[in-house]
Design a protein around this ligand. Sequence first.
Ligand code: C5P
Length: 235
Amino acid sequence: MTKSSAKTIKVITIDGPSGSGKSTAACKLAQRLGFAHLDTGAMYRAVTFQALQEGLNLRDSAKLVDLAKGIDLDLVPTAHGTQVTICGQDVTELIRTVEVTENAHFLASQRDVRDEMVKRQRKLATKLTPLVAEGRDQGTVVFPHAQVKFFLDADPATRAQRRYQQLQRSGQAVTYDQVLAGIQTRDARDSSRPTAPLEVPAGAIVIDTTNMSVSQMVDELVRHIRRIRSILDQG
Ligand code: C5P
């Protein structure tokens, strides 16, 4: 697909659980289409990281809303993914620690904090479109009118194996069993929270990535986008 042929599509959403391949696929897809990539998980992680740094009570919604409103957070696209900075300091690696991963649900489950994050994401989108927006609520809440919505999933053992390999590569000391248990806990939390639970968005294309390589995932996404684009062109 050429960049110009993808112009009629402004927003592509990719939602799914941890380890489903959505971050890697979103990054590569955005590169292939010449779209921006919005990694909203990185935003929840960055605010969680900063809250931990400041020793905030993660159950104090008002404090977290203030932080989410005021934080000087920047997402800079690079060839390898999104570089995340807070007040100009590179926190890309620091937001991927087990501590941040295990505490992100405090922010993610509080409605007022989510409302603030959604506002930030929509504001960013006005500058970034066309974009691939990736997270847990992109097709359901943030961009319900996106022309293309995907939901990626994979079996828990495969997702845990992918996360385990990522953590090994970044030098974090965890066992596969710990990663699997963490994924199961986060799946349950993300899917059962009352505000913006992780669920398949209406009209989303569901892809099981269990047996797919990264390039197979991206090819599959592009195949669907081509098909949708030709439908949009006819309309
Ligand atoms: O995708 P990632 O694992 O980086 O996201 C970190 C956490 O942020 C998730 O466990 C999830 O609870 C939360 N999140 C969310 N909504 C999003 C993106 C992430 O609740 N759109």
